[in-house]
Structures are given as structure tokens and as C-alpha cells.
Design a protein around this ligand. Structure first.
Ligand code: XIL
Length: 493
């Protein structure tokens, strides 16, 4: 019997391979009947996944202002706001987009509408109309708003001129924050005060902000924001800081110092623009969130999206890889009480900044036709404390020879029943390329029992074919016997 199962917990699917072995006839398949090892039962269901944070749906449920079958409602039951960035153009013209957003989210981030360059495109003119429409929607629907962002080196007004402004920049910043505060009028509960002030190496980014306002500019912005927006929770937001790395260490040191100096900061936003193959490990992310929480800060996942254009494999498996990434990040947030809000940078592939900035992609939870993707189901499952859909499900439908040998071939170029095998590495083979995607770990398992020899060496191997070469990594090597069944198993990526 051969199985290919997405692993649970971290949920990783697996893969097949052909058991190969000694020159004696190697029987593969059939239910293990005697001498079954204690370590596993090929028919056992998915392993238990622990739910570290049991959901108490008691009294809360009746008060849930959101439908519990939506992200907002499922998030509410876990005490988390679930949000998305809203596109100005889609907001203005796409009704289906807007109703999907209204039904599913409890937090709104204007994707661009509250950035300085959009609010004050001429030095003498302020235009809050796009932002106003979004804030009114949120207020009417009882959603939280994440104001984004008071200070950023991108999307500044064109009239801000790096070279000639040193004197007046501080005044312009002051006027900007005052105008925003007057318009906001206490409606926006959270502001990303400063966005992306640090470089990847943890140093202060060289920008008009650091040049004109000095090395303490980040702390100064929080002081100014607190003066003008006394009711708002004030966040520092950045990318590449969901991992435990040099940059997140630098953010940690910076906010720790700010707190020691009495600077009013309430939280850290982790953007989490990732690809399915490069997301933080859940344990690292949780530990990282925890250390900010231990400082007394909140953490928000602020801009999550999961690119998949560089993931090789069949579409279903690529969507699974993406869904798995969403599931792992959302689950890590739910493990940590400090992580109180999860926002995606958009919600439908119909509108995503990734396509314009990096290349055609489908990084979000609903597809271009506004249909929910596996990524959406994965986020729902994570919010409900459930494993990733598809995890623990058998990928190989005909792993058991007693059900027939469809899909199997032999590596000696004949039917698997034929006895013309002549090399020890030869084995029975199943092609699984139609099941798998790059970067996902799979749990592969095969049970073997010898016929014709008391014992011999056997291997479960993979054949990985890419453009330049073929490799045959061994998943497991062991000894098989005629007296009982032996399991070969391992994780392969
Ligand atoms: C992006 C918007 O999505 C795009 O529409 C715009 O052209 C550029 O900015 N990090 C941030 C967001 O903090 O403000 C960025 O938003 C995406 C990266």
C-alpha cells in the first residue's frame, strides 16, 4: 500500500515513490495483515491537530455582529478583526466587489486613499472624498478602520521635493497630520503612523524623512500623531519583519527604546507580502509576535497576500500551497493573544497590486470571478481551529494493489506483474506529477512484505525530473521481511 498524504498540523502533503529493493521479489501492496509494525496504520485517519486556543462559542456567539460563516464572524469568535485593503477604483465602480467586502470583513484599510500623496496632490488642495466614502462605509457597517499611512517614503505628494524642502518639510508634515486629524475626527481607531522606515539590514532608511527630520524622526512622528489623534492606536508598520531576522530585531530594538522613552506607540504591523514558498515558519512568526506582545504592544498582520506565480506544479497543488501558507500564518497569529487583527492586501484576484508591481499573479482569497479559493477556505479553517482542508487526505487513490494496478508502471519497462526485473534499483512506479506542487512537504508511505526471501533491503525513492537533470532521493531505506509488513515512510518536499 502506498499513500501520499498532506501532513497535518503544519499540513504538508506527500508524495509517492516507488519502493525498490533487493533482487528477491518484493511484494508491495495489500493490507498489512500480520506483523504490522506498531508505528503506524496506513488506514488510520488524520492525526489529531491540537487546537491550542479552544473556541468558546458560548455567550459570545449570540452577540456576534457578523455571520459566523464569514471571515469576520469566525474572526470575531476568536477575538480578531479580519480586514482587507480596499481599492479606490473598485470601490467606486464594482458593486459585487463591495458587497463581498461588506459581508466578509470587520476591518477596512484604504489601500491608497489615505496616503499623503492622494490626500494632498497639490500643496494648496486637500481631497478626502475617496477616503471619506470608505470611512463612512466602515462606520455604517461597524467595521474597524486602519488608517494607512501618515509617514512613508512612497506615494508622497509630487510637490514634496527632496532637494529644496529641508526647512519646510517639517511644517508640511505638521499640516498634513493636522488636516488628517481634523477630517478623521476620532473615527479611525488605528493608524499606521510610520511605514517602512527601516532597511532590510535594520538601519534607518535614507529618505526625505530621515534627511529632513533627523535620526529620531520615527519617534517624533508618534509624538505628533498622538497629539493630533489622541484616540487612535498608533502602529509602526513594515515588511520582512514577520520572520525572526535582522530587520525584525531592529524594529524590536527601536520600539523597545521608544517605549522606554515614553513615546506613544501601541503596536507593530507586519505586512506579510509573501510567496507560497517563502513564508515565515509558524513557530518563528508566533515567537516573533510574542516578543512584541511581551513589550505590551499589539501586533497586526496588516497586508497579507501570497504570491504563487513562481510555484511550479499543477494548479490544484499550487492553490493548496497558497492555502497552506495562509493557514499557517493565520494559525500562528491565533496562537498569540497579542495578535489581534489580520488584514489582507485586497481580497479578490480581480484587483491586486501584485499584478502591477511584480507580475501576473493570483495572491488573494477570492478568484477573479469573486469565487472563494482554497485560500479562503484555509483562512476560515484556521479561524475555526480546524486543520487545512485537504490535509490528511489521501492523494493516491489506487495505492493498494488489491484494488488494482491502474496508474502503476515498472521501472524495468514492463507491467508490474512481470518478473523480468534485473537490477536492484528497479521498482514499481507511480507518476504523481499531476498531484503535487513545488515547495509543499508531503508525507509518503509504503508498506512492503517480501515473497521469496526471508529478508532484504528495500527503499522508497522519488524520481525528480527537472529541465536539467533527474535525481532519485531516497525517502527511506530499511529491511523488509517475509514474516510481516514493514513501513517505509518519510517527508519529501
Ligand atoms: C501599494 C498599493 O497596493 C498600490 O496600489 C500602490 O500603487 C502602491 O502601494 N506596502 C504598503 C502598501 O505599505 O501601502 C503598498 O500598497 C504595498 C506595500
Amino acid at each position: 500500500m502506498l499513500s501520499l498524504v498532506p501532513l497535518l498540523g503544519a499540513c504538508e502533503p506527500a508524495k509517492v515513490a516507488a519502493p525498490t529493493g533487493g533482487m528477491s521479489d518484493t511484494a508491495i501492496g495489500g493490507e498489512p495483515d500480520t506483523g504490522e509494525p506498531e508505528t503506524g496504520n496506513p488506514d488510520s485517519g488524520p492525526p489529531e491537530t491540537g487546537n491550542p486556543d479552544p473556541i468558546d462559542t458560548g455567550p459570545l456567539d449570540t452577540a456576534n455582529p457578523w455571520d459566523p460563516d464569514t471571515l469576520a464572524g469566525a474572526g470575531w469568535l476568536r477575538g480578531r478583526a479580519i480586514g482587507a485593503a480596499l481599492s479606490t477604483t473598485a470601490f467606486a465602480k464594482d458593486e459585487a466587489y463591495l458587497s463581498l467586502f461588506s459581508e466578509n470583513f470587520s476591518s477596512l484599510t484604504p489601500e491608497n486613499a489615505t496616503k499623503w500623496g492622494l490626500l494632498q496632490s497639490e500643496s494648496s488642495t486637500w481631497d478626502f472624498s475617496d477616503a471619506e466614502g470608505m470611512v463612512e462605509l466602515a462606520v455604517n457597517q461597524g467595521m474597524a478602520v486602519r488608517g494607512h499611512t501618515l509617514a512613508w517614503h512612497n506615494q508622497l505628494p509630487d510637490w514634496i521635493d527632496d532637494d529644496s524642502m529641508a526647512e519646510t518639510f517639517a511644517l508640511s508634515v505638521q499640516a498634513h497630520v493636522e488636516s488628517v486629524a481634523a477630517w478623521d475626527d476620532g473615527r479611525i481607531e488605528t493608524w499606521d503612523v510610520v511605514n517602512e522606515a527601516l532597511e532590510d539590514d535594520g538601519s534607518l532608511r535614507d529618505s526625505i524623512w530621515s534627511q529632513d527630520l533627523g535620526s529620531e524622526w520615527v519617534a517624533d512622528m508618534f509624538v505628533l500623531a498622538h497629539e493630533q489623534l489622541p484616540h487612535a492606536a498608533l502602529f509602526y508598520n513594515d515588511y520582512s519583519i514577520a520572520w525572526l531576522n535582522t530587520k525584525s530585531d531592529a524594529v524590536y530594538a527601536m520600539v523597545e527604546q521608544m517605549l522606554a522613552d515614553g513615546v506613544p506607540i501601541d503596536g507593530v504591523g507586519m505586512q506579510v507580502h509573501v510567496s507560497a514558498g517563502s513564508a515565515p515558519e509558524p513557530e518563528d512568526l508566533a515567537e516573533n509576535i510574542r516578543r512584541f506582545g511581551d513589550l505590551g504592544l499589539e501586533v497586526h498582520i496588516t497586508e497579507m497576500d501570497v504570491q504563487m506565480r513562481d510555484i511550479a506544479g499543477v494548479d490544484d497543488a499550487r492553490l493548496f500551497a497558497q492555502a497552506r501558507t495562509y493557514h499557517r500564518v493565520v494559525s500562528a497569529c491565533l496562537e498569540e493573544p497579542a495578535c489581534t487583527s489580520i488584514s489582507f492586501w485586497g481580497f479578490t484576484d480581480r484587483y491586486s497590486w501584485i499584478d502591477d508591481h511584480y507580475g501576473a499573479d493570483d495572491p488573494l482569497l477570492w478568484d477573479e470571478d469573486l469565487q472563494p479559493k482554497p485560500a479562503h477556505h484555509a483562512v476560515m479553517a484556521a479561524l475555526r481551529g480546524e486543520p487545512l482542508p485537504g490535509c490528511g487526505e489521501e492523494f493516491i487513490t489506487n495505492g493498494d494493489f488489491e484494488k488494482g494496478t491502474d496508474g502503476w508502471t515498472s521501472s524495468w519497462g514492463n507491467t508490474i506483474e512481470a518478473t523480468d526485473r534485473y537490477e536492484t534499483w528497479q521498482g514499481v512506479v507511480q507518476d504523481i506529477t499531476h498531484l503535487v506542487a513545488e515547495g509543499i512537504p508531503y508525507e509518503a508511505s509504503a508498506w512492503v512484505r517480501l515473497d521469496g526471501a526471508d529478508s532484504d533491503d528495500v527503499s522508497l525513492t522519488m524520481s525528480i525530473v527537472d529541465e536539467t537533470e533527474t535525481t532519485w532521493p531516497h525517502i527511506m531505506d530499511t529491511t523488509a521481511y517475509s514474516s510481516g509488513w514493514t513501513e517505509l515512510s518519510g517527508t519529501v518536499t
